[in-house]
Design a protein. Structure first.
Length: 322
């Protein structure tokens, strides 16, 4: 049974005339009559009394008309809901970021900011395992609308050249801190720069990690030269942090990831401020992205950050509550 047969039958019951009903359904009368006949054959009963003028419904047709109207209303309501769901999905902003930036930024500012602005946003969880190249490919191929990642001059070659029509804003400034496990004396287990005869065990980042070129560039130019011996490589800062806490060596970690650990003495700095590495946190999108909510989000966030003397996106949540 075809849905349009139900619609044909409802129109025929209202007009009580094959010709007028066919006109309303934009088909020829023979075609319309044939469809009503097929409906009756499908039901196995006669629904229309063709011997009366105007046409009338048989008792079975009267009963069937009620069901046809109910089914038609249900289908229309379902279609409307499906269209609404599709529209919401089309307008939803897809967000991609690394595991560390997700932990430090997404819940604390981006999601609350979008909720307050009435903008639907969805995190692409697969992105927490992407490398630098995958982030840029995803943005270029419209697999995500927004991309949040670290930026440093040494990252750019590894992350590929910025795409034509790509725009970005700096939403926060971060510092990579050299960290070490803590001895019972409350002093760091390892301290920079180490010695040539006793190099410090070093927890490095995987070669595809976004932070590795930043730290490598810093170490190559740093004087005095640090004496490090790589004992492990990890992709995520959380994994590097776990290795450091267990005392396997030193490593550089984003300050927001270890502030509480430093505060409560669970991790210590392995060097003073000269060993800190500044980086930016940048938000990227494509200029030609057709999502209607993107420009609204970008404009709202730009206006919000420009209202601060020292823009820092981690202050978003506290400001929203004021």
């Amino acid at each position: 049974m075809e849905i349009r047969w139900l619609e044909d039958f409802i129109v025929l019951a209202r007009t009580q005339h094959f010709s007028r009903a066919a006109d309303e359904q934009n088909v020829t009368q023979p075609t319309f009559s044939r469809r009503i006949k097929m409906l009756e054959e499908e039901m196995g009963v006669t629904l229309v009394d063709r011997n009366t003028l105007p046409l009338s419904l048989t008792p079975a047709g009267q009963d069937f008309l009620q069901s046809a109207r109910q089914i038609s209303q249900i289908l229309k309501a379902t279609k409307d809901r499906c269209n609404d769901i599709h529209s919401q999905a089309q307008n939803r902003l897809s967000f991609a970021t690394s595991q560390t930036l997700y932990l430090n930024f997404y819940k604390s500012w981006l999601k609350p900011f979008c909720d307050d602005a009435g903008i639907d946003i969805e995190l692409n969880l697969n992105s927490t395992a992407w490398n630098s190249a995958q982030f840029n490919q995803a943005l270029a191929q419209n697999q995500c609308d927004l991309m949040l990642r670290y930026w440093h001059p040494s990252i750019e070659p590894a992350a590929s050249k910025e795409l034509d029509g790509q725009r970005h804003m700096t939403v926060a400034h971060e510092v990579l801190l050299p960290c070490s496990a803590v001895l019972e004396s409350k002093k760091p287990k390892y301290s920079l720069p180490g010695g040539s005869k006793t190099p410090i065990p070093y927890i490095d980042y995987h070669e595809d990690s976004m932070l590795r070129p930043v730290i490598q560039s810093f170490l190559q130019e740093k004087l005095p030269t640090p004496h490090l011996q790589t004992v492990n490589r990890n992709f995520h800062s959380v994994s590097v942090k776990a290795m450091i806490k267990e005392g396997f060596g030193i490593g550089w970690l984003p300050s927001r990831l270890v502030n509480d650990n430093l505060k409560y003495g669970k991790i210590q700095r392995a060097g003073d401020g000269e060993w800190n590495i500044p980086v930016e946190v940048r938000l990227y999108c494509l200029e030609n992205n057709p999502n209607p909510n993107l420009d609204r989000f970008w404009t709202s966030l730009t206006r919000f950050l420009n209202s601060e003397k020292s823009p820092n996106i981690t202050d978003l949540s506290s400001k929203k509550r004021q």
